[in-house]
Design a protein around this ligand. Structure first.
Ligand code: NAG
Ligand code: NAG
Length: 374
């Protein structure tokens, strides 16, 4: 049921943080310093997401409850579904977090009728969540097999959600906003994504100084807490330079990429040249699976200012999203839905992305994430 909607994304369009003044209780809230431990929650692509998203496993509360959070570089608030909720999405038997059962759950005070600090977020696919700003003890695995406790981490306790595209138990907001968890880690993080449709493929996410900040740098522009990359060329076997660079969002919260009609027809023309006529064009290019399987290997992707690239093997950027027996390009002609160009998680497979926000730079590198565990 959530199949189609899942192809859209939890990119935040309008954060109505319903708070006037937010009083954060006096607990340690600065940058955590970790000497030797590399903070790295396990990252999985659970079967029920059908290889469309990557999720981090992080523990909330005491006693700790495992939460499975959708990695989202397109929004900044990390939230989990708090039970009992007035309206919850189905967590598919994943563990439930009950704030009343946790000894370390705290709520800051706000100048509102009941003193609670409320939020309401509307994502680009029109999903809505409502809840209360809170703080909790968060436990995250480290690469040496241990764990690290982070006290007083700000998060959203979601009590109401509308929409069917939520998966896991909440969202891990890696955006650049004030509320973002990355503030706890000196604004540095990296993630390496393997093949997301392959259950055995490895991924990783690393916060803080241990992040893998290596590869080809590209300068990013942070506007409205979003990361904009400057797209200069597209790649379909060969490189096609754009007339002007365009600002695009690189968003792990989205499965597919959404491009303007002009850009889309560049992809269409190149694919027709190589494979021939597709079985359908709209909203994305679909071919008979045999036609794709027989294809020799070439790269499809995007090149950014400075030459940094995200490009994947053509076989990895076609998904079974169309009629049975067809494979469809995970790049969609965004004719009228929203103005930004979005590059989704399917285009990031086989890469490490290292974010160093103080330098306003992201480092891109092709990498086999199977090998990048320390
Ligand atoms: C990573 O390991 C898995 C399981 O062994 C394998 O299926 C996958 O192809 C590997 N990925 C790469 C890029 O080597
Ligand atoms: C940054 O991106 C925004 C959104 O696309 C754009 O309006 C702005 O002009 C960009 N700024 C720079 C310096 O490129």
């Amino acid at each position: 049921m959530s199949y189609l909607l899942l192809l859209f994304l939890p990119l935040l369009v309008n954060a109505k943080l319903k708070r006037t003044t937010l009083y954060i209780p006096l607990v340690h809230n600065g940058v955590n310093v970790f000497d030797t431990k590399v903070i790295s929650p396990p990252v999985v692509s659970p079967p029920n997401t059908q290889g469309k998203a990557v999720m981090a496993e992080i523990y909330f509360g005491s006693p700790p409850v495992k939460q499975v959070l959708h990695l989202d570089t397109g929004s900044s608030l990390t939230w989990v579904q708090c039970f009992p909720c007035s309206r919850c999405f189905d967590q598919n038997r994943l563990p439930k977090y009950w704030p009343k059962k946790s000894k370390t759950y705290r709520e800051p005070m706000c100048e509102s009728e009941d003193g609670k600090c409320r939020y309401e977020l509307i994502y680009l696919d029109k999903c809505v969540v409502k809840g209360i700003h809170a703080q909790e003890l968060v436990t995250v695995d480290t690469l040496d097999g241990g764990y690290e406790r982070l006290y007083g981490v700000r998060f959203g306790c979601t009590e109401h959600s509308e929409g069917t595209s939520f998966i896991g138990t909440g969202i891990l907001g890696l955006g650049a906003g004030m509320s973002s968890i990355i503030g706890e880690f000196d604004y540095k993080f990296s993630f390496c994504l393997g093949r997301i449709s392959d259950k055995r493929s490895n991924h990783n996410l690393i916060f803080g100084d241990g992040a893998n900040i290596q590869g080809h740098p590209t300068v990013i522009n942070i506007t409205n807490d979003h990361y904009y990359f400057s797209l200069e060329s597209i790649i379909v076997e060969r490189k096609i330079r754009l007339d002007h660079p365009v600002q695009v969002l690189v968003d792990t919260g989205s499965t597919m990429s959404y491009v303007s009609p002009g850009l889309y027809y560049n992809f269409v023309d190149e694919f027709e040249e190589i494979i021939g006529r597709p079985s359908s064009y709209r909203p994305n290019l679909c071919y008979k699976a045999e036609d794709i399987e027989q294809l020799y290997t070439f790269d499809v992707g995007f090149e950014f200012a400075g030459g940094a690239q995200l490009s994947v093997n053509v076989h990895n950027i076609f998904l079974p999203t169309g009629p049975p027996g067809d494979l469809c390009l995970a790049i969609i002609n965004n004719e009228n839905s929203f103005s930004d160009i979005i590059i989704g998680v399917t285009a990031m497979q086989g890469h490490n992305l290292g974010y160093h926000l103080r330098r306003k730079t992201v480092y891109l590198q092709k990498q086999n994430c199977n090998k990048s565990k320390l």
